[in-house]
Design a protein around this ligand. Structure first.
Ligand code: AMP
Length: 413
């Protein structure tokens, strides 16, 4: 690898210059475009008693960093950018993983969204880019379009005033624009969802061999969302690399074999238990006759306490219908699911985040990885069919240790 970073023997290709992609044309579709619909035919809801729980305040484990970023040995330009972002103390994952990432070790980071895991890999990366005479490329695979965009946004904040290039390759946007952008210049950071990246690779529009560092973000969710094969395929095409970093909120035995496949002699940095939890969230179930569900939902949403509500349904079709019904009842609502373009989804998300919308209706796939503050309630229009999905949904509220409410409308037999 042509950088000043130490390179482990046997890894890395050296001579890793940025090659322009010269080919053009082509269309293609991101596999992730389709939402999380299940046919009602096979629908077996989770038992109601699993979704009832009185929230208990989380024991706040205030992490007290030993150091401030100001004391870290970082390039002054990066220090300024960190300061401009308003970050003073590193988070736990940032403090504990820095030296390992900096030393080019493979790292397995057990950390959820909200722990600063993005900064944990971006800070050493930007520092290394500033120190290196030759550019190198980091490829980040993320499960959702929204998460991918957040990563790019954070990279831009941490490289403000520096001449580094980043690109996000995600479904729902015109692939020809990606192709043109890939041809235009070389990139220090490529953030991608697996479906779109595979598409671009198979069309010969991106040289995956350029990447010398691979980051697998929210690995557990990528597996949940059925990306295992695509991730294996892409990692295989990247081939030899200097470093692989893998972040996952949860860790179970079934993932271990895969993790072993991706990481070489990794250091594990755990800042959470690795178990999914919704302990701090009040969870209730309402038994409702299927025909009354829309009325009950509207009634719930008319409560002034319901300020920012994420409504989940099992199918894109149902999400659409709920959104329509809510708007007809005078409740501001929009929808995100795989049938909506990336632009549309971004707009709806923006309106929801800014408080213009009271309700955002979503399928599981569209809502994965969303980090929206202050969601007061999560409503499941139908019970999900598995507990992991349930926990992921419920976890959209009660962010940053705050309390939250989850209500599941259960079909009354
Ligand atoms: P993440 O877990 O990477 O999604 O980050 C969660 C949020 O914390 C993001 O909004 C980051 O901008 C923010 N953040 C990350 N690191 C720090 C830090 N050291 N100090 C303050 N905020 C941070």
């Amino acid at each position: 690898m042509d950088t000043k970073r130490p390179s482990r023997s046997g890894k890395g290709r050296g001579n890793n210059s940025f090659n322009r992609n010269k080919k053009s044309g082509g269309g293609g579709r991101d596999r992730r475009g389709s939402g999380g619909g299940r046919s009602n035919h096979n629908y077996i809801p989770l038992p109601a008693e699993m979704m009832v729980h009185e929230g208990v305040p989380l024991k706040k484990v205030e992490y007290k960093a030993d150091t401030k970023f100001a004391d870290w040995k970082l390039n002054p330009k990066l220090k300024s950018a960190i300061k401009a972002a308003g970050w003073v103390y590193p988070t736990e994952i940032q403090e504990k993983s820095f030296e390992h990432i900096n030393a080019l070790k493979d790292v397995m980071g057990i950390a959820t969204t909200g722990t600063g895991k993005t900064g944990a890999f971006l800070i050493p990366l930007v520092d290394a880019l500033l120190a290196s005479e030759q550019p190198f490329q980091t490829l980040v695979l993320a499960p959702t379009r929204e998460l991918a965009l957040q990563i790019e946004e954070e990279f831009r904040a941490l490289t403000i005033g520096m001449k580094f290039n980043a690109i996000t390759l995600i479904g729902g946007r015109n692939i020809n624009t990606d192709i043109v952008n890939l041809r235009k210049r070389s990139y220090h950071l490529v953030v991608a969802t697996p479906g779109r990246l595979k598409d671009l690779y198979q069309q010969g529009k991106i040289d995956l061999q350029e990447a010398s560092v691979l980051v697998l973000d929210e690995f557990d969710r990528m597996l949940d969302m059925g990306f295992q094969k695509d991730v294996m395929y892409l990692a295989d095409k990247i081939g030899e690399r200097d470093q692989t970093l893998l972040f996952s909120a949860t860790l179970d035995k079934s993932q271990q074999k895969l993790i072993d496949h991706f990481l070489t002699d990794p250091v594990t940095v755990a800042v959470s238990s690795g178990e999914a939890s919704a302990e701090h969230i009040n969870q209730t179930v309402r038994f409702v006759a299927p025909d009354d569900k829309f009325d009950v939902l509207i009634e719930l949403l008319q409560d002034a306490e319901m300020k920012r509500v994420l409504v989940f349904a099992e199918t894109k079709h149902r999400v659409k219908k709920i959104t329509k019904k809510l708007n007809q009842a005078g409740i501001s609502a929009d929808e995100i699911h795989g049938n909506k373009s990336q632009n549309y989804r971004q707009k709806a998300l923006g309106a929801f985040k800014s408080g213009k919308l009271k309700a955002l209706c979503a399928t599981d796939v569209a809502a994965r990885g969303l980090d929206i503050d202050d969601i007061t309630h999560v409503i499941n229009f139908e019970a999900p069919t598995d507990y992991d999905t349930y926990i992921h949904r419920v976890g959209r509220t009660g962010r940053a240790g705050k309390g939250g409410e989850a209500i599941t409308l259960y079909d009354q037999q």
